[in-house]
Design a binder for this molecule. Structure first.
Ligand SMILES: *[C@@H]1O[C@H](CO)[C@@H](O)[C@H](O)[C@H]1NC(C)=O
Ligand SMILES: *[C@@H]1O[C@H](CO)[C@@H](O)[C@H](O)[C@H]1NC(C)=O
Ligand SMILES: *[C@@H]1O[C@H](CO)[C@@H](O)[C@H](O)[C@H]1NC(C)=O
Length: 415
């Protein structure tokens, strides 16, 4: 199925998805959902052998990152606990007419997921971001067993995969001097501007050591800097989700890009354990000679999001509306970037206390029309071993951004 038809199919058959939540004229749909993740092993014998040997422990697999390109979505499954046979997978979108629980197809192939490797393959992929030229940039932490006994098997790395040919173009290790003791390099954002993606930079967030790493594709250079706005807020480090109280002090995490205008665009960013959004012009952070003496260029965007206002990932659509995961409110928030960042201008694009428990990653694809893709994964329950394998725990969801904001303060027609 061509991707144009696919978009049409997503729009017209969304009524067929089992989980189709409508709140007035807002909607979010579940495309895939799993009680437990399974993989498409080469054979039933290998599947059984992996289960028997502990190479595959379904309860230890959690999906984290999401991306979409044409007729596929990509899902990462970091190796936080033992028994994760592959860490990056693809799922076909064609022919999907109802909510299903397909096995993950390791990507680009099983050969890339042999954890005994010499670091030429994947170790533990966190997140991916696809540029508009069809290259997927993959962030690999290089670390396994983070929730058990962490072992840094390989340096954190950035891999570029050509999605037309499914081949790896290049893999860069993040230089040692930019990875600090206890760094948690968790999120990535590609900033590409011209039609050929020549001026491409990648922004990489270190949530535990409060740093931003910039990668410049033209010469493979990296640089790193820190800023006090990358730190968590103490009171917002105290979370309560469906009765579970936990403390996370995660700093810089969510990043999204505003409109490109006169050679520049803002980077919006926030710490995860925070209710505050900041911005900096990308011309500042793309110039390594400026980052360290531009402290005043990193600015508060506006008002706070209030209690329970913690946000993981965010992205801005073609109409200039930011969508963001409200991880303590089972919701996707929205903000029209043309309006001031005031609490009264922050809307809710989707809310569901069953399917939207801990929306973790969020991306907006490059298709026409665009869709917003969300993965929900109950991460705090996973961390504290409270996942119930009899329930649906993990979901790939999508929403039509134009429809989702209709009638909310995020709609451009609403002033
Ligand atoms: C890593 O291992 C692979 C497969 O065994 C081999 O093809 C490759 O040359 C090795 N790379 C390095 C840098 O040793
Ligand atoms: C953290 O949250 C719990 C549960 O809401 C609350 O009882 C506790 O007082 C909070 N701690 C602080 C320091 O605010
Ligand atoms: C900024 O300053 C820090 C601390 O001195 C240093 O580690 C870092 O490399 C500097 N970054 C750049 C891009 O100059």
């Amino acid at each position: 199925m061509c991707s144009g038809c696919l978009a049409l199919a997503l729009a017209t058959i969304s009524d067929c998805y089992e989980e189709n939540y409508q709140t007035g004229d807002k909607s979010i749909n579940t495309l895939f959902r799993w009680k437990q993740i399974d993989y498409d092993f080469p054979s039933e014998e290998e599947h059984r052998a992996a289960l028997e040997s502990g190479a595959f422990i379904p309860l230890n697999v959690i999906p984290l990152g999401i991306e979409r390109w044409k007729d596929r979505v990509f899902v990462s499954t970091p190796r936080w606990k033992s028994g994760v046979p592959a860490t990056l997978s693809a799922l076909a979108l064609d022919g999907i007419t109802t909510t299903s629980s397909p096995p993950l197809q390791p990507y680009p192939s099983w050969d890339w997921h042999n954890s005994d490797s010499n670091c030429s393959t994947f170790t533990s992929v966190f997140r991916m971001n696809i540029d508009h030229c069809g290259t997927m940039w993959v962030l690999d932490s290089g670390q396994v067993d983070a929730f058990e006994t962490p072992r840094q098997l390989c340096p954190p790395s950035l891999t570029a995969i050509d999605l037309t040919t499914d081949t790896v173009i290049v893999k860069y290790n993040i230089p040692e001097q930019f990875v600090l003791q206890n760094s948690l390099i968790t999120n990535i954002l590609v900033d590409s501007r011209d039609a050929q993606c020549r001026d491409l930079h990648v922004y990489i967030a270190d949530a535990w050591r409060f740093g931003l790493i910039v990668f410049r594709a033209s010469d493979g250079a990296f640089w790193r800097f820190s800023h006090y706005t990358f730190y968590p807020e103490p009171l917002l480090s105290n979370y309560t989700l469906h009765g579970l109280n936990y403390q996370w002090s995660d700093g810089l995490f969510g990043m999204s890009l505003g409109k490109y205008h006169q050679g520049d665009r803002p980077l919006y960013y926030h710490a995860m354990s925070s209710s505050t959004e900041f911005f900096v012009m990308t011309s500042v952070i793309r110039d390594p000679s400026r980052v360290n003496d531009s402290v005043g260029e990193f600015k508060l965007l506006g008002e706070h999001r209030g209690p329970d206002g913690q946000v993981s990932a965010a992205a801005v659509d073609r109409n200039g509306v930011m969508f963001y995961n409200l991880i303590s409110r089972d919701s996707i928030g929205c903000w029209n970037t043309r309006k001031p960042y005031l609490e009264s201008n922050l809307g809710v694009a989707a809310h569901d206390d069953r399917s939207l428990v801990f929306p973790n990653d969020l991306r907006i694809d490059h298709d026409v029309p665009q869709y917003v893709w969300v993965i929900t994964n109950r991460l705090p329950m996973f961390q504290f071993n409270l996942i119930n394998p009899e329930e649906y725990n993990y979901r790939v969801m999508f929403l039509d951004p134009a429809k989702a904001v209709q009638g909310t303060v995020c709609d451009s027609d609403t002033i």
